[in-house]
Structures are given as C-alpha cells and as structure tokens.
Design a protein around this ligand. Structure first.
Ligand SMILES: Cc1ncc(COP(=O)(O)O)c(C=O)c1O
Length: 377
C-alpha cells in the first residue's frame, strides 16, 4: 500500500534516540529545552513549550488564554476534531465559519458574519499546509479585540508573506505525529511571543507547578515547588525531543520534496477536466502536508476511493466536517445548511498520497490508476 502520509526516519534519527535511551534523562531532561530552543530559532518565535501531542498543545494554548466559560471562539469545521475539541475541554463554544473552496481554509468574510459580543478568539487551521489568509484574519481580530490561535498542525515549515508559520498568531500549535512535516512519534508544541502566555502554558502542561524537575536537581537546588493552577501532565519525553531535534535539521529538505511531488501531481493531473486541483495563493510557501483534489462531474468520490484502495493506494478523506460527528450532532444544534462550501467540498474531496519518500513512479502509478477509472466510465 502507498499510504497517504509517512514519516522519514534515517540512521541519524535512530542514533540520537539511542543516545537518550543510554542517558540518565528519559524525560524532563536537557533534550527538551534543546528542542524548544531549536523550534524557536526555526520559526522565529520567543517561546516554545514541547508537549506529548498536538491535541495536548491545542488544549494548553486555549487554556492559557483563560477565557470566561461559555465564550465563543470562531473556528473551521473542515479540520480534524482535535481543533474544536480543545475549545470544548475548556468550556468554550466552537462557532464554525464556512471555508474557501480553493484552499479549504476558513473564509475570513464568513468569520465576520459569525462575530457576536461573546466572541473572544479566532482559531484558524492551515489546511494541508497552506497558510490561511492571515492578514485579513488579523484585521478582524484587531477590530474586535480577539485573540488568534493558529492550528498549524499541517503547516510547520510553511511561510506566509515571507514569515514563518509560528511567528504570526498569539499562540501557534504544531503536531509531530508521524504523518506531519516532522515527527517525534506522538508530539506537539505551542509557540508564542507573549511571555505571560508562555509562562502559563508551561505551567499548565506540567500540573500547574511553578518549577520543573531539572531546576530542582543538583547539590544547590531546593525541593520546594508550588501548584499555582490546575494543570495536566502533557510533557514530551527526552526520547521524543531527541528525535525532534534530529528531524528539525531536515525540515527544509522535507518541505522541498513535498513541493516537488505536489508540482508533479499538478503537472500530470492538470488536463483532466473532471478533477479540480488545489491552488496556492501568492507569497505562500506551501507545506503540502496532504494533497487533495475535488472530483467534478461524473466520478463519485466514494467509487474512486474504493478503486484506489483496491489498487493499493492509501487514498483518504480529509475531513468529515466536525459538526457531522455524532458527538457534535447529539450535543449541539449545528446545521449543515449553514456551511454550504464545507458540505460541497466534503462531498467531492479525496486525499492522494504525498510524503517525502514517495518516488516519481509512485505519483505516476496513482495518476494512471485515476485515469483508468475515468476511462472506464
Ligand atoms: C488540524 C489538526 N489539528 C490537530 C491535530 C492533532 O494532533 P495530534 O495527532 O498530534 O494530537 C491534528 C492531527 O491529526 C490535525 O490534523
């Protein structure tokens, strides 16, 4: 099976992990701050807090804003459920805005329609690694005094108008799951330029305690610590951080290869009328976490999906709109008619494989399989 996404791990990554396994610190050790500093250097932010998943990092980013319970946060329904679940964990109400067809990102114009006096933040997600229209979202936030949280789980390594993702919103969240731009197995991070938010996020991710283990270690260190807020244990291990440091050295290489593969797909698919290709806006470096196309006219998404799976191609669907999941439909009263673009995109979208180790022959095999089903119609 050619999967839709896959990690790239080399001997150097494995060596770095083994070194940690032979050391004294499997967790709360020196590799954590080394990884956090490397993340800050790469994305151009002041603070980074590494965590055990992107989901944990979203939860902590939202919690660190300390918004009144019941506040509304505008977000996208065309995402993985973790995005809006982070709002629910914190007693907030996800208010979905519709998306743009071409990028599948939240539509800034529709954000404007969803604002009420209870709106406190906008949480946008850079679908497939294509940054949202951040300038427009920023203008809305400034006008209404709203916080911005960027779910950048797809867009680590991408840039918006020459600025790295991670330096733009109040808080930005990354995931290091194996299909993501770099991996730590499971893992994630919050980055921010705001020292107060960073301090809160750091405390919240480790029980709400004000001193970390390494600062309580050694001959001159005292034993005391204080729990100042109700936190969680979302810490990353040093084993994961060592893998992250090693992976981070290769991120630009990975993104470059992802761009080459996406470009090759565009070249091979561009003349097929029944397929509408993803577009990249100007002044964007796309992260190409996933490659999705829309099927127009006669080919049914579910038919192509089944056919590709039978051909050993790991096609997928990103995403089922969040409000369609039974937890959401049974708990809240979202109406799919309020999201016509999301519904239309959901019906027609399919994800094709894309990961750095894919070969040109793999891409050709995927495209020839698509052509076979089109010709059979
Ligand atoms: C958009 C988005 N947000 C959040 C997450 C959650 O990240 P993780 O799997 O690291 O918890 C994912 C991962 O699939 C994602 O795609």
């Amino acid at each position: 099976m050619i999967p839709y996404g896959h990690q790239t791990i080399d001997d150097e990554d494995i060596e770095e992990v083994i070194k940690v396994l032979r050391s004294d610190w499997l967790t709360t050790g020196p590799k954590i701050s080394e990884f956090e500093n490397a993340l800050c250097d790469y994305v151009g932010s002041e603070h980074a807090i590494a965590m055990n998943s992107g989901t944990s990092a979203l939860d902590i980013a939202v919690a660190s804003l300390d918004l009144p319970r019941g506040s509304e946060v505008i977000t996208t329904p065309f995402t993985f459920v973790a995005t809006s679940n982070a709002l629910l964990y914190n007693g907030l109400k996800p208010v979905f805005a519709d998306i743009e067809r071409e990028t599948r990102n939240i539509d800034p114009e529709d954000i404007g329609h969803r604002i009420t006096p209870r709106t406190k933040a906008i949480m946008y997600m850079d679908y497939a690694g294509h940054p949202c229209n951040i300038d427009e979202i920023q203008d809305i936030a400034n006008e209404h005094d709203l916080y911005l949280i960027e779910d950048a789980c797809h867009s680590f390594g991408a840039t918006y108008h020459d600025k790295k993702i991670g330096s733009l919103a109040d808080l930005t969240v990354f995931s290091f799951h194996p299909v993501k731009p770099i991996t730590t197995g499971e893992g994630g991070a919050v980055v921010t330029n705001d020292p107060e938010l960073a301090q809160k996020a750091r405390m919240l991710h480790s029980h709400g305690i004000d001193r970390d283990t390494i600062s309580r270690y050694g001959p001159d260190a005292g034993w005391a610590y204080d729990m100042k807020m109700l936190g969680r244990n979302y810490r990353m291990t040093d084993i994961q951080a060592a893998l992250g440091i090693s992976q981070l050295k290769k991120i630009d290489q990975f993104i470059e290869r992802r761009n080459e593969i996406a470009l090759y797909y565009q070249e091979l698919l561009q003349d097929i009328e029944l397929i509408s290709l993803p577009m990249t806006k100007e002044k964007i470096r796309h992260g190409w976490h996933i490659y999705t196309v829309l099927l127009e006219g006669a080919i049914k998404r579910n038919d192509l999906f089944k056919y590709l799976r039978r051909e050993n191609i790991g096609a997928n669907v990103h995403y089922i709109p969040v409000y369609r999941h039974s937890y959401y439909s049974e708990t809240f009263d979202y109406n799919k008619k309020d999201y016509p673009v999301t519904e239309d995109v959901f019906k027609h979208i399919i994800t094709l494989p894309l990961f750095p180790e894919m070969t040109e022959e793999d891409v050709e095999y995927v495209v020839s399989s698509i052509l076979k089903i089109i010709h059979s119609l």
